[in-house]
Ligand binder design. Structure first.
Ligand code: B3K
Ligand code: ZN
Length: 875
């Protein structure tokens, strides 16, 4: 397979100003007619007279230029393109194509496909070429006119981008609907949907007083689960007006929810297509986290209307231009809607456990990658989440007003254009009269930087000297790293926990942002009569690892007193990490385990503290995840991590049982249907307590879990209770799973939770359960949500069993990858990443994982998607 390089970018030789598309829709035989209005790109001076259009898996019926049908000798069809030997050079011309496609056979879910009984599309990144031949690249921006024709009974609803321009019935039982999108767009933003869909409608009045129709389309049985999505959409529209001054631009905004979808959702202009998971919610079917994710994803896709659609990417290497920025925007939105402190912690937690691992492994790549084989493999944590951190640092460096000024200029300057990450930074610079020369390296350099911090307090001079060194480990193709511009937020605490003034030369403040630009820099803080406690990297001001020696007492002190909500939580995490690592050493040396009293005291004080934000309190009580701990180890020992962490959890539950029980009782009440911060926080605290108490494996806890399971009237409580049952030796486990299944058999999204919960259990026999679930009638390899719930959860959220010493987990995963490779390469390639970190394990496991990767690479008909991930993992 061939590699595409950023350095080879050249502008398109032709432009397509307009396309007229007609679809005669049918599940097995869809006819596509297209008229492309082309002309030479005046900016491109090449001599060539041929025209190459991309197209894959299409059946050609006819092609004409300016109405004249081409003879077979006038063009060539390859598996990836149509090359017309000669097209007019001096004037505009029209290429007309007729071709056929088979949506029902499309299990890759890219292009036009069938999901349950509806037809829908997914074109990003390169799916449009599976619909018809086109210049399938984001810098070709076209005005779309679309006519959809279909059987009226089977497909009463026919949708595409923009505004409805007409509709009518045909004699043969079919009907048609015309659509026109006034905004030129790249073809990756094209969409169509056809099916028997119900519409939930509402409206939004924009800041300039325009009335927008809002429509959510779902299957009949889901009409009662759209209210939250609709409210989220309205919240997002208002928020973008208030925060970025950005208003919606069409008169209609549509969202369609489909069961079969390769990722979360897609921002097609005026017609978003969503995975049902990020639309449907009812208090009894969706958890509080589901509610939050729905609001976040609805916001994300809505925000793309400006950051992505009005201003789009020049080429796919610039993907983070729209994704990093839009993730940053949705993070801000969700923080404002819920709790900024909790949202930030959740985002950093995800970044550190998942993106940091990617950045430390064989698939590491810069936020702006330089090469790819299959672009779909680059919708990564690095492009999305690290990309968002890069935008966040720019926000930190400019302050919110400066950042807003920069964004205003960016949208104004580039409206209607396809641009680069460089254009984004340039706009921020120009609007603020600053230069981000060195900062640009964040886009080009892969790997997670490491900051090593030492401090020296000079009592006589009343000065604190803080020395920070930065380094960055080598990554594929980047052996040597340059120093980055890293904003480091810092505060100081007095010995009594109060805030100390940060004085540097003439400036004094309660908090500063240090600009670390060299490999080593020393910062001096003045006027400190006693040695302060340093609170560094507040709010996680840069995506880096921090190496700073801290005593357990100092961490406990920060957990009590730090005024920065992120660092307060972080102190508790580091405290737990140190303790867990100490216990792992004890385990490895055969010593008996004992939990340090510092930990018990620290948790006791969190439990007895008074908190306005109970979700935050619950986070303070959550131990670092196993995957985060794994990321800190040179050689990952999944069993030791699990044992040590479970020991800490069980010991805390034993020693603080009264406190956990009291808090459970205090916060336990039925507030089903309430989603305000108070109700959500009470549920989080209560269920955190339940999770600890279930570690005790005693009758009392079993009763508590059963009672909650049987009486819960909301999914948060029901699921938390079921998790407590499934993850313990509860006597009613089988019955509870069975009754849950029967209760929710008709709700696919709830059944996904049922699969995932069992697949991620660390208790014995889980692998046998997973194998049995593969044969369950409700399991389906063609439904990505189901695959992720079972195979994804087992391989990515069950370290102990996936990494079983005998290699059965690895072999199982490789078996499934090879099946998926034939059906859905994108999903298959996501599943391979479970093996990518093989070098981090002991030699026996390394060998077993490597063997499976080699088996995958050696197999026949490998998709580009799977080949790229598997071969790069081995490299
Ligand atoms: N832009 C889409 C992702 C498309 C993925 C293509 N493999 C969703 C999003 O980020 O909003
Ligand atoms: Zn996005």
């Amino acid at each position: 397979p061939k590699t595409v390089y950023l350095k080879d970018y050249t502008p398109p030789e032709y432009l397509i100003d307009e396309i007229e598309l007609t679809f005669e829709l049918d599940a097995e035989r869809t006819l596509v007619r297209s008229h492309l209005s082309l002309r030479r790109n005046p900016q491109c001076h090449s001599e060539c007279v041929t025209l190459e259009l991309q197209g894959e898996e299409l059946e050609l019926l006819s092609v004409a230029v300016n109405g004249e049908k081409l003879a077979d000798t006038d063009f060539v069809i390859t598996p990836e393109a149509m090359i017309i030997r000669r097209v007019p050079q001096d004037k505009a011309f029209v290429v007309s194509i007729e071709n056929r496609i088979n949506p029902a056979a499309n299990t890759a879910l890219e292009g036009l496909y069938l999901s349950s009984s509806m037809l829908c599309t997914q074109c990003e990144a390169q799916g449009f070429r599976k619909i018809t031949w086109f210049l399938d690249r984001p810098d070709v921006m076209t005005r779309f006119k679309t006519t959809l024709i279909a059987d009226k009974n089977r497909y009463p609803v026919l949708l595409s981008n923009g505004n409805r321009t007409g509709q009518g019935d045909l004699a043969d039982g079919r009907h048609w609907v015309g659509w026109q999108d006034p905004f030129a767009k790249p073809c990756y933003l094209f969409a169509l949907v056809a099916g028997q869909l119900e519409c939930v409608a509402d409206e939004f009045i924009t800041m300039s007083g325009r009335r927008i129709e809002l429509e959510i389309f779902v299957e009949q049985h889901n009409v009662d689960k759209c209210a939250h999505a609709m409210q989220s959409l309205k919240n997002a529209m208002r928020w973008d007006e208030e925060t970025y001054g950005l208003e919606y631009d069409l008169d209609l905004y549509m969202i369609v929810a489909v069961d079969h979808f390769n990722m979360g959702a897609m921002e097609n202009k005026g017609l978003n297509i969503f995975n049902t998971k990020f639309v449907l919610a009812r208090p009894d079917t969706a958890t509080d986290s589901d509610y939050e994710h729905i609001e976040g994803v609805i916001g994300h896709e809505y925000f793309h209307n400006w950051s992505g659609n009005r201003v789009t990417c020049r080429d796919w290497f610039q993907l983070s231009l729209k994704e990093g920025f839009t993730v940053f925007r949705d993070q801000q939105f969700s923080g404002d809607r819920t709790s900024p402190a909790v949202k930030r912690i959740e985002d950093v937690n995800a970044l550190r456990t998942r993106q940091f691992a990617e950045d430390a492994g064989p698939l590491a790549h810069p936020v702006r990658p330089e090469a790819y084989i299959e672009i779909n493999n680059f919708y990564t944590l690095t492009v999305y989440e690290k990309g968002a951190e890069v935008v966040r640092m720019l926000h930190t460096l400019l302050g919110s007003e400066g950042f807003r000024k920069g964004c205003d200029l960016y949208f104004k300057r580039h409206d209607g254009q396809a641009v680069t990450c460089e254009d984004f930074i340039k706009a921020l610079e120009d609007a603020n009269g600053v230069e981000f020369g060195q900062f640009r390296r964040w886009y080009a350099q892969a790997g997670t930087p490491l900051l090593t911090v030492t401090q020296h307090y000079a009592a006589d001079a009343k000065q604190l000297h803080l020395t920070i060194q930065q380094s960055c480990p080598p990554t594929p193709n980047q052996p040597v790293k340059q120093a980055l511009h890293i904003p480091v937020k810092l505060g100081l605490l007095n010995q009594d926990g109060s805030t100390a003034t940060v004085r540097m030369r003439d400036n004094s403040a309660t908090e500063v942002t240090l600009n670390l630009t060299e490999t080593e820099q020393t910062f001096v803080f003045e006027d400190l009569p006693t040695q302060p406690v340093v609170s560094l990297l507040r709010g996680f001001s840069a995506p880096v690892n921090l190496n700073m020696e801290r005593s357990l007492e100092e961490l406990a002190f920060l957990l009590r007193h730090d005024s920065d909500t992120f660092n307060r939580w972080e102190a508790g995490q580091q405290l737990a990490c140190q303790i867990i690592f100490g216990l792992m050493t004890d385990l490895q040396n055969g010593r008996a385990l004992q939990l340090d009293e510092v930990m018990i005291d620290a948790y006791r004080s969190v439990l007895s503290g008074s908190f306005d934000d109970l979700s935050y309190q619950a986070l303070l009580l959550a131990l670092p995840e196993e995957s985060y701990l794994a990321g800190q180890m040179a050689v990952i020992d999944v069993d030791a991590i699990h044992q040590a962490r479970e020991f800490v959890k069980t010991t805390l539950a034993t020693r603080l049982r009264t406190e956990f029980q009291a808090l459970y009782a205090q916060h336990h009440r039925d507030e089903s249907g309430c989603f305000d911060a108070g109700a959500v926080g009470r549920r989080r605290m209560k269920n955190t307590c339940l999770s600890y108490l279930s570690k005790l494996e005693i009758e009392d806890s079993y009763r508590l879990a059963t009672q909650q399971f049987q009486t819960a009237r909301n999914m948060t409580d029901q699921m938390a209770a079921l998790a407590a049952i499934v993850n313990s030796y509860h006597p009613n486990k089988a019955d509870s799973l069975e009754s849950f299944y029967r209760q929710w058999e008709q709700e696919a999204l709830v059944i996904d939770k049922w699969f995932a919960l069992q697949a991620s259990s660390s208790l014995p026999n889980t692998f046998a359960t997973v194998q049995a679930l593969m044969r369950h009638p409700a399991f389906d390899m063609k439904t990505p949500n189901r695959v992720r719930a079972l195979i994804g959860a087992f391989s990515q959220a069950n370290p102990v069993h996936f990494h079983a010493k005998n290699g059965e987990g690895y072999q199982f995963l490789a078996d499934q990858v090879l099946v998926l490779n034939e059906l859905n390469p994108q999903i298959a390639s996501r599943m391979v990443t479970g093996l990518a970190q093989w070098r981090r394990y002991d030699p026996e496991r390394q060998a077993l994982m490597k063997q499976q990767l080699q088996r995958i690479v050696a197999s026949e008909h490998l998709s580009k998607d799977v080949y790229e991930i598997a071969s790069k993992s081995l490299a």
